[in-house]
Design a protein around this ligand. Structure first.
Ligand code: SAH
Length: 241
């Protein structure tokens, strides 16, 4: 049995567990979706899988749901980070939404030499990731990090994490990934509209954990490139195969 409405909650889930709803969630379920006592919802919290829950109390400003049965186990995405340079608002929102759907574990906006946008609203982007997870049937919500400088991130790069450096200057060079890289943690890096600076390119291509990758003979916009790169990675190293 599956409920149509899926909701992410920050609350433990288990058989018989009652979950108090926040005001906005109560408004959404009872005001917008017109759910009444006995109505069903699917809940997930990023830890306990997906649970079928029933409305026990419905009010204007709050309400309670009771967990009935687990409908899906927790399914974590592969250990893939998406690093991208934020672009215009709608396109940045798109990248975050798609990264959540495509199965990234962490989404990191990075400031590069030619990054167009100096600020992001981390809370808004995180809310987009939650919505995308609700919509796509995922049981996990990727964390959206605060904006960080790419060079600082590279200074403190975690040992063993591989970096798929998507470089539009590499047109024609295909991704070569070895089977033994399959079980390593990875990150994908997508640059801004202005691309990477020479300084960044020199540093990135010299890093022992970096793999320079082409996404074909055409120059893609950053949002397209993010989806294309995640598709490619999932196909070769991720949970698609
Ligand atoms: N202004 C740049 C294009 C940047 S496209 C130029 O005209 O040269 C934005 C980002 O998408 C790039 O930094 C890169 O990370 C990625 N990208 C776009 N097309 C790509 C391609 N064909 N191969 C690899 N990466 C690509």
């Amino acid at each position: 049995m599956t409920a149509k409405i899926r909701l992410y909650v920050e609350h433990p889930l288990g058989r018989g567990q009652s979950v108090r709803l926040a005001r906005e969630q109560a408004h959404y379920l009872f005001g917008v979706m017109r759910l009444a006592v006995g109505g069903q919802v699917a809940l997930f919290n990023g830890q306990d899988g997906e649970w079928l829950a029933e409305v026990a109390e419905a009010g204007k400003r709050g309400g309670t749901l009771t967990c009935v049965a687990q409908t899906k186990p927790l399914q974590l995405p592969p250990d893939l980070w998406l690093l991208f340079a934020p672009i215009k608002k709608a396109r940045t929102d798109f990248i975050v939404e798609k990264a959540a759907e495509m199965g990234a574990v962490r989404i990191v906006p990075v400031q590069t030499d030619f990054t167009n946008s100096e600020r992001i609203r981390q809370d808004r982007l995180q809310a987009h990731a939650v919505e995308a997870a609700e919509q796509c049937g995922g049981t996990f919500v990727p964390e959206v990090a605060e904006l960080q400088r790419l060079d600082r991130m590279l200074d403190a790069w975690p040992e063993s994490r591989q970096l798929m450096f998507c470089d539009e200057a590499e047109v024609g060079s295909a991704l070569r990934l070895a089977e033994n890289e399959r079980h390593l943690p990875w990150a994908i890096l997508i640059g801004p509209e202005g691309g990477f600076s020479d300084r960044e390119r020199t540093r990135l291509t010299g890093l022992p954990f970096a793999h320079v990758v082409s996404l074909g003979p055409r120059i893609l916009r950053a949002d397209t490139a993010a989806v294309a790169a995640m598709t490619m990675w999932q196909q070769v190293l991720g949970d698609w195969s």
